[in-house]
Ligand binder design. Structure first.
Ligand code: ADP
Length: 396
């Protein structure tokens, strides 16, 4: 029984979404979004939301269909930056209809708040909102959905990494070292959850004087590039520190919509090209370790086909014994606390669920259901001679 097939499931969704006249209709969720890109930063105030808005508009200007999800639920600024009316979105058939501004669909907590003060959410409510933004918004078919994340590395970022099939993340930083330090943390978090880093954008980079045209590096220079080299990820470009960017944010009009020839607009046009190239390179490199197909064989074995066509076959017993959850392994020492002798040889897999783009959760017939197997670990657990030589799984 096939559990999931990446290519097939996309084609099936596309087909199911045509009505009798063959016209596509809006469907909730992210199933028909081609590229989902998280815009992240280590800390607030580096211009992450400004970059998200202007990059989204610049992508739209290439003819792409674009959506923007303001997941910065603690400081939603997208409605202001897009000059949107602060009214709650319409509900159609129990689903939220995204607002439309400057030719882009968008949703933001700010629309529900009517311009009130700072937002303080209890974590479970914040998480519910994010889940709604993922599953219950009529995003329909989009070429790009940009997600403006809250700063830092918290539950919202993790939930999105687990529940939205992120194509990749863009890290926004300013040139100075302090901001770079925290951006590095964000970068590490995405790497851990197998979300590819599309690259780093250095914002507020070089101030160009309107009067004399001289460029001054108010916040230092070149830090974003240094970090990109250090972390081995693409440097996507630098956006100048430009008062026109700030005023366009306040007016609710993206810089490209105001003046296509300005330095800021040119920087965003160049950024679009760098982002498109990074997505193409990432897809072509096959670096994303995500199974092509996962199948449960009639004999209860798990069959996984990887992007390089390698087929791994796992017995349920091998997987159960090598579970790496906190109930089976001492988190401090990394040593196994589970006694393999207690695992029945005829144990079965009772359920498998994907976890983001990086893992699957496997439940077993002995009631054990806390094991999350990252694709990397799963690949290392492959029982073929080539992999078992590495000795990365536990001895049974
Ligand atoms: P964040 O989302 O990281 O908290 P914002 O996007 O809200 O940051 O930007 C913070 C402030 O900096 C805003 O007033 C915005 O207009 C301004 N800003 C952002 N980028 C630039 C830039 N390149 N040049 C000038 N002002 C900018």
């Amino acid at each position: 029984m096939a559990l999931w097939n990446r290519k097939k499931s996309q084609a099936q969704t596309a087909q199911a979404d045509l009505n009798d006249e063959g016209i596509s209709r809006l469907e909730p969720g992210l199933g028909r979004v081609k590229n989902i890109i998280a815009i992240a930063s280590g800390k607030g105030g580096v211009g992450k939301s400004t970059v998200a808005t202007n990059l989204a508009f610049a992508l739209k200007e290439t003819g792409a269909s674009v959506g923007l999800m303001d997941a910065d639920i603690y400081g939603p600024s997208q409605p202001g930056m897009l000059g949107a009316e602060l009214e709650p979105p319409h509900v159609v058939g129990g689903q939220l209809q995204p607002s439309n501004r400057h030719g882009m669909s968008f949703i933001s907590m700010g629309l529900f708040l009517g311009g009130g003060g700072p937002v303080i959410w209890r974590a479970p409510i914040a998480m519910k909102m994010i889940q709604q933004f993922i599953a219950n918004v009529l995003w329909g078919e989009l070429d790009y959905l940009l997600i403006d994340l809250p700063p830092g590395t918290g539950d919202v970022q993790l939930t999105l990494a687990q529940q939205a099939q992120l194509t990749g993340a863009i890290i926004v930083t300013t040139p100075q070292e302090v901001a770079l330090g925290v951006a590095r943390k964000g970068l590490k978090m995405f790497e851990q959850v197998n979300v590819p880093i599309l690259g780093i954008v250095e914002n507020m980079s070089g101030f160009i004087c309107r009067h004399c045209g001289k460029e001054t590096d108010i916040f230092g220079a070149g830090g974003g590039k240094t970090m990109a080299i250090e972390m081995n990820v693409p440097f996507l470009g630098a956006i100048p520190l430009d008062p026109a960017i700030m005023s366009s944010g306040e007016e609710g009009v993206p810089v490209l919509a105001k003046d296509r020839k300005s330095g800021a607009s040119k920087a965003y046009i160049a950024l679009v090209q760098a982002v498109e190239k990074s997505i193409d390179d990432m897809k072509a490199s096959g670096n994303l370790l995500e199974p092509e197909q996962v199948e449960m064989a009639d004999n209860g074995e798990l069959h996984v086909r990887w992007p390089d066509s390698h087929q791994s076959i796992y017995t349920p017993h091998h997987l159960r014994v090598n579970c790496h959850c906190a109930n089976c392994v001492n988190e401090d020492t990394g040593l196994r606390t589970l006694d393999p002798a207690h695992i029945p040889l005829d144990i079965k897999i009772s359920d498998i669920k994907p976890v983001g783009r990086y893992a699957m959760a496997i439940s077993f017939s002995d009631g054990h259901n806390t094991g999350i197997y990252t694709f990397k670990r799963l690949r290392d657990l492959c029982e073929c001679p080539e992999h078992s030589k590495k000795g990365e799984s536990f001895e049974v």
